[in-house]
Design a protein around this ligand. Structure first.
Ligand code: PMM
Length: 271
């Protein structure tokens, strides 16, 4: 049995994230939420100040900095392993100075290429996600027509980003297939089934499926309406168990307690 996946708890300091937007916008609320996730068993806290839901508009860099830096500083000072969810070099730099040791860049260095040298210079772990474009256009970028379909394309495009990151001097890398980012629901399932092709690149893999629309679609009602965001956790927990058995390195989740419970079961069964 592989080592159990690390649990990355999500702290969205945004007014508009799809599942928890606006709930933790004040620094104190975000810090308190982070502390709760730690108590529930989170190994890493992922602090983000930009919503990436489809169609979201981008905050100013000053806004993003003001949202995340104080939260990162407080949670790092409390002993948490902190990741910053940002596509911006300037935010990654400030976050590392405030104590973040992981930069979670959903754009894989495409949105702001200088983020790769920031990751190299600060020595953080660089979490490199598959991405094709910003939230306003990503749903128009779901063509994966080459041989091997979405799995082969995501693997090849991630490999290019790994090369770019290594060329910039990044040493510690983690890959993420980017579920929901320029992918249809069916493509997300194909990617999950084909995850070994991504793992074959020889780097740790993290998956972020928590509360996403493809789970809502799976569980949708007869009229085709998706299951609401707050009612997708059981399906996500089942998925987490399957991914744990397949040896993923990390899981990015909202409900840390449910995920930790699932991992306890998977671990006990593997003894
Ligand atoms: N998904 C979201 C945001 N950041 N980061 C990584 N590495 N992987 C993901 O799948 C991912 C991410 C969107 O979800 P949220 O709005 O609930 O944070």
């Amino acid at each position: 049995m592989p080592q159990r996946p690390l649990v990355m708890g999500i702290v969205n300091v945004t007014p508009d994230s799809f599942s928890d937007g606006g709930r933790f916008l004040a620094t104190d609320d975000a810090v308190a939420h982070g502390m709760e996730l730690l108590a529930d068993g989170a190994d890493i806290l992922d602090i983000g100040g930009e919503s990436t839901r489809p169609g979201a508009t981008r905050p100013l860099v000053e806004e993003e900095l003001a949202r995340v830096v104080p939260v990162i500083a407080e949670l790092s000072a409390a002993g948490a392993v902190v990741s910053v969810d940002t596509m911006r070099a300037e935010v990654a730099e400030a976050a590392a100075a405030a104590g973040a040791t992981i930069v979670n860049d959903v754009s894989g260095g495409l949105a702001d290429p200088r983020i790769l040298s920031v990751a190299a210079d600060t020595g953080v772990t660089y979490l490199c996600m598959h991405w094709r474009g910003h939230s306003d256009v990503m749903q128009t970028l779901t063509s994966y027509d080459g041989p091997g379909g979405v799995v082969a394309a995501v693997r090849a495009e991630l490999e290019q980003r790994v090369d770019a990151a290594r060329a910039a001097g990044v040493e510690k890398l983690v890959l993420d297939p980017g579920l929901g980012f320029a992918k249809t629901a069916d493509q997300n399932w194909e990617l999950l089934r084909g995850l070994d092709a991504i793992a074959d690149l020889g780097l740790p893999v993290l998956v972020g499926a928590s509360r996403k629309a493809f789970l809502g679609r799976l569980l949708g009602g007869r009229g085709g309406e998706p299951r609401p965001v707050g009612e997708r956790e059981h399906a996500h927990t089942a998925l987490v168990s399957l991914l744990a058995a397949r040896g993923v390195w990390g899981l990015r989740v909202h409900d840390v307690r449910a995920t930790s419970d699932a991992l306890a079961v998977v671990g006990r069964m593997a003894e």
